[in-house]
Design a protein around this ligand. Structure first.
Ligand SMILES: NC(=O)c1ccc[n+]([C@@H]2O[C@H](COP(=O)([O-])OP(=O)(O)OC[C@H]3O[C@@H](n4cnc5c(N)ncnc54)[C@H](O)[C@@H]3O)[C@@H](O)[C@H]2O)c1
Length: 459
């Protein structure tokens, strides 16, 4: 299109015209232009206040080819907040007031417990609310659930704009599937996350990794699309079953072992009380409340420092994958709760790291002791299914780019880790035997409390 046509076809202000002329001059390259210089395209007419992007085009010297390179920037904020649905709390109202409505997706159980509170919040703030309830069991983590959410967000439902942040309220399952639906709606629609479980608050909620389960592998179909804002309000942990509070602790332990020794020590000292009191929400305890906030904040900061800044998981130095190398295969096969599958993976990883000389036996025992003190599992006989473990390892190797397994394991003391590029079959088998023998010395064989999923089957 010529510049004249571009101007004629657009309703332009004088300023826009100047910008367009300037841009046009910059973007039409000389045929022989040096590839190293390239032409920068500065975009105009921004349509999203959440995402920005720009790029460069490099003409080839042959006049028959060119290369495009583009980057985009996203900003994801995470905030600890008290009383997110207290009608006097302005945070959500400030986001949705100017849009004239709020389109929300809420977990079915959370709707039963907090739906009224959420509706009252938007009523009081005079913001129309369009809220869809979604059953989000582990068994519902499927492309069909993503389709249901898309039908609600899309033209047949609310016709959400690409600049309108969807509000997502729920646990890790809803976070994953609703985040994926938002990534597909208009190819990228922003969303605000209010996580309601510990796992969602400290891990799945702010995570860029949205997904559904694949056929054999958990979480294998998805897109990188973090919420633009995550509001973590621990008061909602009050209504969680204690088993789910414990389940979330596993993800906190993983960051403590691999990245934050202070966090590890806080868990050793206060972990049990935090589980008992659902992070100081079922009992009035101001001091424990401050500890709860510190634990949540330290974990989130450590996790997002690695996960939030490594968009597309291009780099495999990912400490938060500790405990997640073999578990995606054995977790669904054994019907385990996610946290227990991860804690078994972490305990096994500690045994493996000891055999590799990366940590001492005393450090391994300290890691396993912390996991056990919090009643999380450290062993399951499914580890002895060597074919499953090997095939899981192969799949993980492929998933991580085929350049290595890059299994994060503790190394150099609590609070540090390194990455095992390969774990040969003999070492894997020897580590399983060693870990089995170690866990056989525990009266319960290394089992955890309420370690199995209850919502496996659909009625
Ligand atoms: N994307 C990521 O990076 C990431 C990270 C960790 C975990 N995950 C995924 O998260 C999922 C596990 O998350 P989860 O443990 O939150 O499970 P979940 O979403 O199934 O929630 C657990 C149960 O608690 C209920 N619930 C939610 N909030 C409640 C509340 N405040 N009070 C009472 N009940 C409440 C839910 O309805 C559900 O029955 C797994 O599928 C896992 O793969 C994803």
């Amino acid at each position: 299109m010529s510049l004249e046509t571009a101007i004629a076809q657009t309703e332009l202000t004088e300023k826009n015209k100047e910008e367009l002329i300037e841009q046009f001059e910059r973007t039409v390259p000389e045929k022989s232009e040096n590839k190293d210089i390239g032409v920068k395209h500065d975009p105009i007419y921004r349509t999203s206040e959440w995402y920005t992007g720009s790029g460069q085009i490099f003409p080839g010297k042959d006049g028959r080819s060119f290369e495009v390179s583009a980057t985009y920037r996203l900003t994801a904020k995470v905030k600890l907040i008290d009383g997110v649905f207290d009608p006097l709390n302005p945070t959500l109202a400030e986001i949705y007031n100017s849009r004239g409505r709020c389109v929300a997706v809420i977990d079915e159980t959370v709707n039963e417990l907090y739906g009224g509170v959420v509706r009252r919040y938007f009523d009081t703030n005079e913001i129309p609310l369009e809220m869809q309830m979604i059953r989000a069991w582990e068994a519902d983590k499927t492309p069909e659930t993503v389709h249901r959410i898309l039908a609600f967000l899309g033209k047949d439902g609310c016709d959400v704009s690409r600049n309108e942040p969807v509000l997502v309220i729920g646990g890790g399952v809803l976070t994953d599937v609703a985040g994926l639906a938002c990534s597909l709606q208009h190819r990228r629609t922003p969303y605000v996350m209010v996580p309601t479980t510990v796992i969602a608050a400290i891990d799945a909620g702010p995570s860029p990794r949205t997904c559904t389960n694949g056929k054999q592998f958990k979480n294998s179909i998805g897109a990188y699309h973090p919420p633009v804002l995550t509001l973590v309000d621990r008061t909602v942990f009050r209504t969680l079953p204690t088993g789910h509070v414990r389940n979330g602790m596993a993800e906190i332990i993983k960051m403590a072992v691999t990245d934050d020794k202070v966090l590890f020590e806080l868990l050793e000292k206060y972990g049990q009380r935090l589980i008992e009191t659902h992070f100081a929400t079922t009992e009035e305890d101001e001091e424990l409340g401050e500890i709860a906030d510190e634990v949540i904040y330290r974990e989130l900061f450590s996790y997002m420092k690695h996960e939030g800044t490594n968009m597309f998981e291009t780099y495999q130095d990912r400490p938060h994958a500790y405990g997640h190398t073999w578990s995606p295969r054995y977790e669904p096969a054994a019907g385990l709760m996610h946290g227990h599958a991860v804690s078994i993976g972490m305990a096994f990883g500690a045994t493996l790291a000891t055999m590799m000389g990366w940590i001492s036996a005393a450090e391994r025992d300290r890691i396993i002791a912390l996991i056990r003190t919090l009643d999380l599992a450290v062993y399951h006989p499914i580890l002895e299914d060597i074919d499953l473990m090997i095939s899981g390892q192969k799949n993980m190797n492929r998933k991580r780019g085929d350049g290595g397994l890059w299994a994060p394991l503790p190394r150099g003391g609590i609070g540090n880790c390194d990455y095992a590029r390969e774990v040969p079959q003999e070492l894997l088998e020897a580590a399983i035997s060693e870990h089995q023998a170690l866990c056989a010395t525990f009266g319960d064989g290394g089992a955890g409390v309420e370690m199995y999923l209850r919502d496996l089957g659909l009625e």
